[in-house]
Design a protein around this ligand. Structure first.
Ligand SMILES: [Mg+2]
Length: 202
């Protein structure tokens, strides 16, 4: 079962991962966007880690809804509302239980990804975060390692695609040949799940 501590770790591990990879995310975004993806997520997840420490929400749902709200309020551009919606909607779907099963989390995350698709209007293959998130959700029933592999594979598979959503879509065919920064950061978020589970009980 997954408790509030697990979800707090998920957010702090993601924050640490974003710190490590911020330059890479910004490099990817400088190729097909406006070079702010790393710094935007860095600011956002720093704020998430800080508010979770201060307010210490005590259910999985409360952790993720607070984290999502914080991302929306601290990150401009598209990534704040999209990641914020992902976490808020997932948190809302988890309800008020003190612990949730991995299967329940997988369902909730699917609701979160659906909400992101509704908000951003992106479908699979549009070269967005959805190309990492949707395969991850599909694989989550086989565990966190499977979800991570699916997300990383999905992010890599965005390279030959032409962007059809977001700023990169303005580039048309020139967006081909670059890995999508949003799919790359989404893979970091999913990879952090396994790391958070391993840290349990330490
Ligand atoms: Mg950008």
């Amino acid at each position: 079962m997954l408790d509030a501590d697990f979800f707090r770790r998920w957010m702090t591990v993601t924050a640490a991962s974003v710190e490590r990879e911020a330059d890479r995310l910004t490099d990817l975004d400088s190729a097909i966007g406006d070079a702010d993806h790393g710094s935007n997520l860095q600011r956002g997840f720093r704020a998430v880690a800080a508010v979770l420490e201060k307010e210490a929400p005590d259910t999985p749902g409360a952790v993720l809804t607070l984290a999502g709200r914080r991302l929306i309020s601290t990150v401009g551009g598209a990534s704040g509302p999209l990641y914020g919606t992902l976490l808020r909607r997932t948190g809302k779907a988890l309800g008020e239980d003190a612990e949730v099963s991995e299967a329940r989390f997988a369902e909730a995350l699917r609701a979160g990804v659906d909400a992101v698709m509704a908000l951003g209007g992106a479908a699979p293959g549009d070269k967005t975060m959805i190309d990492a998130l949707l395969p991850a959700v599909d694989a989550l029933g086989d565990g966190f390692a499977a979800a991570r592999a699916a997300a990383e594979e999905g992010a890599l598979a965005t390279t030959p695609l032409q962007a059809r959503k977001g700023r990169a879509s303005y580039l048309g065919e020139r967006s081909i040949g670059h890995q999508d920064p949003g799919a790359t950061s989404a893979a970091l978020l999913i990879a952090a799940l396994g790391e958070s589970a391993e840290a349990d009980g330490e």
